[in-house]
Design a protein around this ligand. Structure first.
Ligand code: AMP
Ligand code: GLY
Length: 423
C-alpha cells in the first residue's frame, strides 16, 4: 500500500518508522514531515491543515491509506473530505472529533453518560465567568472550549490568575473563537495517565498507557508544554484500573457516541487523572499523543498498519496487537526557551552515537536538513526513547543517549520516569 502520514512532529516520525516496517507498506509519504521522516519517506511540502491540497496529493499519487497525526487537521474536516472522495483515511470525522475540538461538547456527553470527570460550569459571557471566579474554590481550572495549540488550559491558584485567564480567552480572544465559550472546573489531585485505544464504533482495543510529563522543568515546575517526556506503561495502571476504565469510561462513552450518531473510528486518547476516589477524565484526544506515541510504538511488537486499517474498516476484533513487556522511557530535547520564544537553525551533533546505543530509538520533531547538516526547526526538537527491563534501566539508557546529543540551548528534563509523588 502507498501510505501518507500527516504532520511533522516526533509522533509522526514514530508512526512513519513503525509503518515503514509493515509488510503491507510499499511507498510512504509524509506531509510535511521532518529530517527524521525524510530518511524513511518522501516528505511532501504541504501543511497538515491544508486538507484540500492533501486530498489532491493523495489522489494524484495513488495513496491507499492516510494516517492523520495532529488534531487541527481532524478539526478542519480532513476525514470527511477524504471519505467524500473515496480516499481511505485513519481518524474520526469532524462530528466525532468534537470530543476533542469542543471541551463543552465532551463535558455534556460525559454528563449524559455519567462518566466520572471534574465538576464544571460552562460560560459564554465573560461577565458571568468573572463573577463566578470571585467565589469558586481555589485552585480552579479554566479551559477554552476549542483547540488552542495546547495552551487553552490554565490552573489558577489565586483569583487574579483566574480573572486573567478569563480575560485572555473571552475578552482578548487570544485563541480566537476557541475562547468564545469556556469551562471553569474543579482542580483534581492525583497522577495523570494517557490511555491509547483503537476505536471503531462500539468496539475498542487497548493499545498501551503512558505517563506524560507536561511541565517544562524538573519536579513538575514551570509552564505547561506539549510534553517533555513519557514513560510507558503508566505506573498507575493495572488490571483493576483497566476494568474500571472499561466499565465507567469507555463503554458508556462509546454507547453515548453511538446514540448521538457520531461513529468514532480512529485513535481515542483519554487523558485521565488517577485520584484517591478513582479514575476521572481530564479530556479526550482523538489522535495519538505526542510524546506518548514515541514511548508506546517502540513497545509494539506486532504490525501497526493492520490494526489501523482494521479500525478504519470496522473490524477491530480480528487484528493482532502485541506489546513488549519492557518499559519505554522517552526524553524530549527542546530548544532553550520552549514553550516560550526560542531560536532555531542550531546544528545538532551526536545523533549517530546516540542511535548506536542498544535499545535506543531516536525520533525527530523540530528538525530539518540544511546544507548537509541537521538543524533545529522547532520547540520540541528530538524524542529519545529507550527500552529497559526496569524503569531504571530504561532511564539510564535514554539519558546515556541524551548525553551524546548536543545543540546550542538544548533543554531537557532530568526526571522523566522518576516515580510520581503520591498525593
Ligand atoms: P488539556 O489541554 O485539556 O490536555 O489539559 C492540559 C493539562 O491540564 C492536563 O493534562 C492536566 O495536566 C491539566 N488539567 C486539565 N484539567 C484539569 C483538572 N480538572 N484538574 C487538574 N489538572 C487539570
Ligand atoms: N502529550 C499530550 C498530547 O499529545 O496531547
Amino acid at each position: 500500500m502507498n501510505l501518507l502520514v500527516i504532520g511533522s512532529g516526533g509522533r509522526e516520525h514514530a508512526l512513519t518508522w513503525k509503518l515503514a516496517q509493515s509488510p503491507l507498506t510499499y511507498r510512504l509519504f509524509c506531509a510535511p514531515g521532518n529530517a527524521g521522516t525524510q530518511v524513511l519517506a518522501d516528505n511532501v511540502p504541504i501543511a497538515a491543515n491544508d486538507v484540500a491540497a492533501l486530498a489532491r496529493f493523495a489522489k494524484e499519487n495513488r495513496v491507499d491509506f492516510t494516517i492523520v497525526g495532529p488534531d487541527d487537521a481532524l478539526g478542519a474536516g480532513i476525514v470527511d473530505l477524504f471519505e467524500s472522495e473515496r480516499l481511505r483515511i485513519f481518524g474520526p470525522n469532524k462530528n466525532a472529533a468534537q470530543l476533542e475540538t469542543s471541551k463543552i461538547f465532551s463535558k455534556q456527553l460525559m454528563g449524559a453518560e455519567q462518566i466520572p470527570t471534574a465538576n464544571a460550569r460552562t460560560f459564554s459571557s465573560a461577565g458571568d465567568a468573572l463573577e463566578y471566579c470571585e467565589r469558586v474554590t481555589l485552585p480552579v481550572v479554566i479551559k477554552a472550549d476549542g483547540l488552542a495549540l495546547g495552551k487553552g488550559v490554565v490552573i489558577a491558584h489565586d483569583r487574579e490568575a483566574a480573572r486573567t485567564a478569563v480575560r485572555v480567552m473571552m475578552t482578548d480572544r487570544v485563541f480566537g473563537e476557541a475562547g468564545a465559550r469556556i469551562i471553569v472546573e474543579e482542580c483534581l489531585r492525583g497522577v495523570e495517565c494517557s490511555v491509547h485505544a483503537l476505536v471503531s464504533g462500539e468496539e475498542f482495543r487497548m493499545l498501551a498507557t503512558a505517563r506524560d510529563h507536561k511541565r517544562a522543568f524538573d519536579g513538575d515546575a514551570g509552564p505547561n508544554t506539549g510534553g517533555m517526556g513519557a514513560v510507558s506503561p503508566a505506573e498507575t495502571w493495572n488490571d483493576h484500573t483497566e476494568e474500571e476504565f472499561t466499565r465507567t469510561i469507555m463503554r458508556p462513552l462509546l454507547a453515548g457516541l453511538t446514540r448521538e450518531r457520531r461513529q468514532f473510528r480512529g485513535l481515542l486518547f483519554p487523558g485521565l487523572m488517577v485520584t484517591a476516589n478513582g479514575l476521572r477524565v481530564l479530556e479526550f484526544n482523538c489522535r495519538f499523543g505526542d510524546p506518548e506515541t514515541q514511548a508506546i510504538l517502540p513497545r509494539l511488537k506486532s504490525d501497526l498498519l493492520a490494526p489501523l486499517l482494521a479500525a478504519a474498516e470496522g473490524r477491530l476484533t480480528d487484528t493482532a496487537i502485541e506489546f513488549d513487556r519492557r518499559i519505554a522511557v522517552t526524553v524530549i530535547l527542546a530548544s532553550g526557551g520552549y514553550p516560550g520564544k526560542y531560536a532555531i537553525g542550531k546544528v545538532i551533533n551526536g545523533l549517530q552515537r546516540a542511535a548506536a546505543i542498544p535499545d535506543v530509538f531516536l525520533f525527530h520533531a523540530g528538525t530539518k536538513w540544511q546544507k548537509g547538516e541537521i538543524v533545529t526547526a522547532g520547540g520540541r526538537v528530538l524524542a529519545v526513547t529507550a527500552l529497559g527491563s526496569t524503569a531504571e534501566q530504561a532511564r539510564e539508557r535514554a539519558y546515556a543517549a541524551v548525553n551524546e546529543i548536543q545543540f546550542e540551548g538544548c533543554h531537557f528534563r532530568r526526571d522523566i520516569a522518576v516515580p510520581p509523588r503520591s498525593e
